[in-house]
Write a protein that binds this ligand. Structure first.
Ligand code: MTE
Length: 313
């Protein structure tokens, strides 16, 4: 049974986690680099990134909403759980292993990935639960990483895997297991190589907070948010369609493709419109129509020409 529910609480009523944020920034200001050296959770560090032409012309979702209204079941199932329960998570040191059907498999240190040219991409993001945000991600095209490992001719898909650390991720242990771990996702190789597909290492000018998928997560703006797998440790090139966590959990509700499609409803709610998180107003005032491919149809519709997008949802 799916754990997803359509949102019932207007964004304007989400309680901001002021105490938490204030405490984190106090720690960062007081201890600075000492925290990193001592192996405690790295607080946000400023990142240099060039502005990308890939930027939507819409108001940014406030940073406090981007970092306090999250889905990250490794830290709990509630929207406020990731910020509340991820303090112990250590995003450094970190490596990402890239293997499978490639000429040059390699385990990359985070530093090497952060040294790639970083861009700020302001993307419209749409969650399958019918809410949306506009987020200034910082990252690099996934294709830049794939080029380094030289995919072989028979590679057709890319599989992704999240870290498993029950001692730091309370949602991965205990009696109530919400999902099977590790969280896994996949893309077709041409989707993975599309210039809009990025690996993000930061948001709002700083390194990613734990709750947003530190230290490195996938961002695919024309697909529902669950494709954006967080805290990635492994990327495997393969010739078979990889499993994806929500498709395994509820195959009739969540497909492999998960392209944003206002014409194909979720079995339990409509996908025709969305609630823009962080915009004020009384309930319903911030609802807007959902766009095909989340507004990126011009760039990506060609990837699916000839495909039945109702069957391949
Ligand atoms: N990745 C992992 N490992 N675990 C998760 O539970 N949730 C997904 C996705 N990536 C999830 C995940 C879902 S459902 C969404 S909508 C996005 O992360 C939310 O990303 P955000 O919290 O940074 O907005």
């Amino acid at each position: 049974m799916s754990l997803y529910r359509p949102p019932r609480i207007p964004a304007s009523q989400i309680t901001p986690e002021h105490c938490f944020l204030a405490r984190r920034s106090f720690l960062a200001a007081a201890a600075g680099g000492a925290l990193l050296a001592s192996g405690m959770p790295a607080s946000a560090e400023a990142l240099k990134a060039s502005k990308s032409p890939y930027a939507v012309d819409e108001a940014l979702t406030p940073e406090k909403d981007v970092t306090s209204y999250n889905n990250f079941y490794e830290f709990g199932m509630g929207k406020g759980d990731p910020i509340a329960n991820s303090e112990k998570f250590k995003p450094t040191p970190w490596t990402v292993k890239v293997d499978g059907l490639v000429g040059k498999p390699k385990e990359f240190g985070l530093e090497e990935l952060m040294a790639l040219p970083l861009e700020e991409r302001v993307y419209r993001m749409r969650c399958v639960e019918a809410w949306s945000m506009v987020i200034p991600w910082i990252g690099f095209p996934l294709s830049a990483l794939l080029d380094k490992v030289e995919p072989l001719g028979d590679a057709r898909y890319v599989a992704f895997e999240t870290v498993v650390r029950p001692e730091e991720m309370p949602g991965q242990s205990g009696y109530f297991q919400s999902l099977p771990w590790p969280y896994v996702e996949g893309l077709r190789l041409d989707e993975a190589r599309h210039p809009l597909t990025i690996l993000s290492v930061g948001v709002y000018g700083k390194t990613l907070p734990n709750q947003n998928g530190a230290p490195i997560r996938l961002v695919v703006p024309w697909k529902y948010g669950f494709k954006g797998i967080k805290s990635i440790v492994k990327i495997t090139l393969t010739d078979k369609q990889p499993p994806s966590t929500w498709n395994l959990a509820a195959p009739n509700e969540y497909g492999f493709y998960a392209n944003v499609n206002p014409e194909v409803d979720h079995p339990r709610w409509s996908q025709a419109s969305e609630n823009r998180i962080g915009e004020g107003g009384f309930f319903g005032a911030n609802r807007r129509p959902t766009l095909p491919f989340n507004g990126y149809a011009e760039e990506v519709a060609g990837l699916y020409s000839g495909m039945d997008l109702r069957a391949n949802y």
